[in-house]
Structures are given as C-alpha cells and as structure tokens.
Design a protein around this ligand. Structure first.
Ligand code: ARG
Length: 473
C-alpha cells in the first residue's frame, strides 16, 4: 500500500519528512529532532492512542463526517497495528516523533491515503490529552487495587495478632501498651484514605478532552458525548482550551501517589526499626532480606529501605510536573510533553513499592514475647495508675499525675517496674492506694481497658478488623 501513499503530496516528500511538513522545505536539525522526539517514552501510550482513535473513527462514521467504507478501512488498519504492537513487530520510529504520528504513519503504510481522514476534527493536542488521561485513570485504578491488596495483607496480620501486646510510642519513647493488631490497623486506615484519594481523583478527571481539537473546538458536526461515553468518561470536558492545556488530573494523581508513598515510607521505617536486633519485634524471611558481602551475620531489610526511599522519586515527579505547568500560557505548549516521564516513573515506583510492601507484610512474623516484654518496659502503665487514682480516689487528674510521677521516681530509683513496688511503698506516696491497684498495672490490663471507640482494646481492634473486611470484600 506504500505506493498508494506516495500519491499524496505529503507522502511524496519521502522518508524523514515530518507529517506536519507541508510548509517546510528543509528537515529539522538533528538536535531539533533529539530534543523533540518522544516516541522513546510515549510509546507506552499505544493502547490508549488506539482506543482514542477507534472511538474517534466510529464517531466520525456515525456522524457522517467520513464515509463508512473509509472508516472501516481505518478501523481494520488499527486492528492490524494492535496485532503488530502485540507481536513486537511494530516499527516505532524516531522520525515520526511521537506515538500519535507513529501510529498514523503506519496506518498510511497499511491502508494508504485514507489513513489521513482519521485526523479530521482532531489534533495531536486533544489526542495526547485523552491518551494521557486514560493512562492516568488506569494508573489510579491499579493503585486502588494494589492498596486494597496491601490492606488485606495488613488485615490478616492484624487479625492473627489482635491481642499481641507491644509498646505504643510517642517521640519513639515507650508511651502506653498497644496491640500489634492495633498498630497495623492504623496503616489500614491510612491506605484506605489513600485509595479514596485515587478514587476522588479518578472521578474528577473522568471527562473526555477529545474533540477539543487543537484548542478551539471543531467546525465538523462531531459528537463529543459519543466519544466520551465510548471511552468510559462521564462526559466531555466543557471548555476546549482547558481540555488541551490542563494536566491537573495528573498533578492530583501524583499528589495522591506522593501521600501514599509517605505512608509506605513510614511503615517501611518501622519495619527497618523492628527488624534490627535492638528491637527484635519482627522477623522477615530470606525472601525479603539480603545478606552482606562482608558481614556474614547480616540480614538486611533492603526492600523496606527501598520502599522508604521511593517517596523521593514520587514526590520528585509531583514537583517536576508542577514546575512544568507553572506559568504556562493557554493553551497547549510543548512543555507539556514533559508530563509523561515523571508520571510513568512515579507510578512504576509506586506500583513496585505497594506490591513489595504487601509481600513483606505477609512475610513478617512478630516476635510476640519480645514485644510483650517491651510493652511493659519504661513505666508504660503509669497513665493507668493515674487513671486508677482518678477513678478510685476521685482525685483530679493533675494531682493523680503528680502522685504517679512520684511512684515512677521511686521505682526508677529502685531499678524496678511500677508493678514491683510494694503496697507499703505505694502507700508512702499516697496512703489511700490499695491492693486493687496492681490489677491495672499490667500491659494486658492496660490495653484491654482502652475500650473507647477506635481504642487499642483487642475487642475494639477486632471490631475494626471486621468492619474493614466487609469494606474490602
Ligand atoms: N508529543 C506531544 C506531547 O506529548 C503530542 C502533542 C504535540 N502537539 C503539538 N502541537 N506539537 O505533548
């Protein structure tokens, strides 16, 4: 069919002449091509580009803008191209700059000059806008799925260890006993909000820019509602200038990704801490650790460290695209071609981090004895003593706090825990303290007593696990 193609004046200009080359008499400089070419990275949009082209072609046919026979030829050609890409035989060529012109050029080789009718009522500006939106929408959907898988891994561990005591920290100092299940469920909440941010972003971005054409809309009788519906969008975008010049849908997805990455990095940091022998709270198997080439005893939590670091790349992508977009006059500018690499990189990193974190969470085994022992250290039930003084002796909390402080000071001086003080020692501080006080001084009693909604009592933790299981079912 290449002979057909050479009938057109445009194609007659021969190899290397760009598709927009009508008014040009010389080829671009090599450096111009080097800075301009994007096929190396935007080939990742091939599926979205084909989907957009099919929706556009079908609409042009049903609106009578192009003849059915031409439209069918175009659709068949697009099928062939899809087969070639799937088979790895499609020629991605730098000389055709980007994915849009690579596909159109190949279509012309396959079906001849009819290929040129596909670009009626369309521009690369609305084409790339719809392709990229479709890609980001898919990325948001994938992130939601990966977040839910991670939540399920956390839920399984939380359910298995709903009663397992561990120290709860503030300032990374022992604060009050909590359960391991409760601690893990905190991340289930965070990742749940992350998933909802991706859902919100998706809902807001789900408008179709196709048909905005270059910037001003089209004089052809196109049906933008049809193309929007056929690509799964809720409606067409309502302003053609905005359609081709906005990338806030990507910024929003990247900010959701950045927040997710900060949550991942916090859990990763805890895994790093918990696996160090100084904590010894959890163990990872060989599957999620690496050894040292010099220190035979080492088992390093590299996956956790790399997840902790990914936030740099992901937040960097948000920064990159924000700076690219800042100060751009309406409508399209080529600056916007720089939207893809950071977005692809961010979601590649996020996907890997989410999958690795889910794997690592499923892999970990808590050392419940070590954690329970640590749960009682550092006078972690001091608040329980103060609360007991308030409840039993009707003391104002501030006074109870002071009495408890004295008890801690005494115990610390003797090198013992609060529960090891004798009744006489307690009564020397506050004569009304009775034997009952010992019941509230164990970490288990402390945790079990925190029955307020969302508290660490195992019964509360189980209720939240049950709720989340239903949400994620
Ligand atoms: N490769 C371009 C991009 O990614 C496609 C749009 C180009 N439009 C144009 N008028 N040069 O942004």
């Amino acid at each position: 069919m290449t002979d057909h193609a050479s009938d057109t004046p445009q194609a007659a200009k021969g190899q290397g002449q760009a598709m927009w080359g009508g008014r040009f008499s010389a080829k671009p400089a090599e450096l111009m091509q080097a800075i301009n070419v994007s096929i190396g990275f935007d080939k990742r949009l091939w599926a979205q580009d084909l989907a957009g082209s099919r929706a556009h072609a079908r609409m042009l046919i049903s609106q009578g803008v192009i003849a059915s026979a031409d439209g069918d030829e175009i659709l068949k050609g697009l099928d062939t191209i899809e087969g070639e890409i799937a088979a790895g035989t499609f020629p991605f060529r730098d000389e055709y700059e980007d994915i849009h012109m690579n596909i159109e050029a190949r279509l012309r080789e396959l079906i001849g000059p009819t290929a040129g009718r596909l670009h009626t009522a369309r521009s690369r500006n609305d084409q790339v806008a719809v392709d990229f939106r479709l890609w980001v929408r898919d990325a948001c959907d994938r992130s939601v799925g990966q977040l839910e898988a991670l939540q399920k891994a956390l839920l399984a561990q939380a359910e298995a260890h709903a009663d397992a005591l561990m120290p709860g920290f503030t300032h990374l100092q022992p604060a009050q006993p909590v359960t391991f299940g409760h601690h893990l469920m905190a991340y289930v909440e965070m990742f749940g909000r992350d998933a909802s941010r991706f859902r919100d972003a998706r809902a807001r971005m789900n408008e179709c820019p196709l048909g905005a054409a270059a910037l001003a809309g089209s004089p052809f009788p196109i049906d933008r509602h049809q193309t929007a519906a056929s690509l799964g969008f809720d409606r067409p975008t309502a302003n053609s200038l905005d359609s081709v010049s906005s990338r806030d849908f990507a910024l929003e997805a990247l900010s959701a990704a950045s927040i997710t990455a900060t949550h991942l990095s916090r859990l990763a940091e805890e895994i790093v801490l918990w696996t160090t022998p100084m904590f010894g709270f959890i163990k990872l198997t060989d599957a999620f650790t690496t050894g040292s080439s010099i220190m035979p005893q080492k088992k390093n939590p590299d996956a956790a460290e790399l997840i902790r670091a990914k936030v740099g790349r992901i937040l960097g992508s948000l920064t990159t695209l924000t700076v690219v977009m800042k100060g751009l006059p309406l409508a399209y500018s080529k600056d916007m071609q720089e939207d893809k690499v950071p977005t692809f990189e961010a979601f590649d990193a996020l996907e890997l981090a989410l999958l690795a974190m889910a794997g690592m969470v499923a892999d970990l085994t808590p050392n419940t004895e070590v954690m329970a022992k640590a749960a009682g250290a550092g006078f972690s039930t001091a608040t329980d003593l103060a609360d007991w003084l308030v409840r039993t002796l009707n003391m104002p909390f501030r006074d109870a706090h002071h009495v408890t402080g004295s008890a801690v000071k005494t115990a610390e001086g003797l090198g013992v825990d609060l529960a090891d003080l004798t009744l006489e020692q307690f009564q020397a501080i506050e004569p009304r303290i009775s034997q009952d006080v010992y019941a509230v001084l164990t970490p288990a009693a402390s945790a079990a007593s925190r029955m307020s909604y969302g508290g660490t009592a195992p019964a509360q933790v189980r209720a939240q696990i049950a709720r989340w299981k239903e949400v994620l079912a």
